[in-house]
Design a protein around this ligand. Structure first.
Ligand code: GDP
Ligand code: MG
Length: 162
C-alpha cells in the first residue's frame, strides 16, 4: 500500500515548503485522489523508488473557531487518512501554546505522530529542538525544509524499504 504522509502544524511553520520539497521530483497533484478539497492538497512523491502521497493542510492553531474550525476539520481528516503523521513546529519561534494544543489533540486522537522541528538553519539544531522535547514525542526530526536539509534522511526512516 502506498504510504500517505500528512503534514500538520500551526500556520507558517513550513508545511507547504516541505510539501513542495517532498513532491519536487513529481510535482503532479493527485487530482483523482478521493476527497480532494481546496484545503487539503495531495501530492505525489518518490524517494528512491518508493512512491508516497503527501497531504498539505491549511494549518491548525489548536484553538479553532469559524474558518479555523473548517481548516481544523480538514487537518483532522488528513490525519485520519494518513499512514504517517508529521507534526511540524517552528524551531525559530520555539514552543508555542498552539503547538501544545495540537500535540494534545493528536494524543487524544491516539494516532502516532512524529515531531518535525523545521527552520533549524542558522542555529544549532539541537538547541532549536530542545524546547520541544517536553511535548513527549517518541521520534523527532530536525530539518530545514527551505534548504531541503534533513528531508531525505527523514523520508529514509519513515518509508518502508522497497
Ligand atoms: P505553512 O503555513 O506551514 O505552509 O508554512 P510555509 O511553507 O508557507 O512557510 C512559512 C514561511 O516560513 C515562509 O516564508 C517560508 O519561506 C519559511 N520557511 C519554511 N521553511 C523554512 C526553513 O527551513 N527555514 C527558514 N528559515 N524559513 C523557512
Ligand atoms: Mg501552507
Amino acid at each position: 500500500m502506498t504510504p500517505v504522509i500528512a503534514l500538520v502544524g500551526r500556520p507558517n511553520v513550513g508545511k507547504s515548503t516541505l510539501f513542495n520539497q517532498m513532491t519536487r521530483s513529481r510535482d503532479a497533484l493527485v487530482a483523482d485522489f478521493p476527497g480532494l478539497t481546496r484545503d487539503r492538497k495531495y501530492g505525489e512523491g518518490n524517494y528512491e523508488g518508493q512512491r508516497f502521497i503527501v497531504i498539505d493542510t491549511g494549518g491548525l492553531t489548536g484553538d479553532e473557531e469559524g474558518i479555523d474550525l473548517e481548516m481544523a476539520r480538514q487537518s483532522l481528516q488528513a490525519v485520519e487518512e494518513a499512514t504517517v503523521v508529521l507534526f511540524l513546529v517552528d524551531g525559530r519561534a520555539g514552543l508555542t501554546a498552539g503547538d501544545e494544543m495540537i500535540a494534545d489533540h493528536l494524543r487524544k486522537i491516539g494516532k502516532k505522530a512524529h515531531l518535525v522541528v523545521n527552520k533549524t538553519d542558522g542555529q544549532d539544531p539541537d538547541v532549536a529542538a530542545a524546547d520541544f522535547y517536553r511535548l513527549g514525542f517518541e521520534s523527532t526530526y530536525l530539518i530545514a525544509a527551505a534548504h531541503n536539509r534533513g528531508v531525505r534522511s527523514m523520508l529514509e526512516e519513515l518509508l518502508p524499504p522497497t
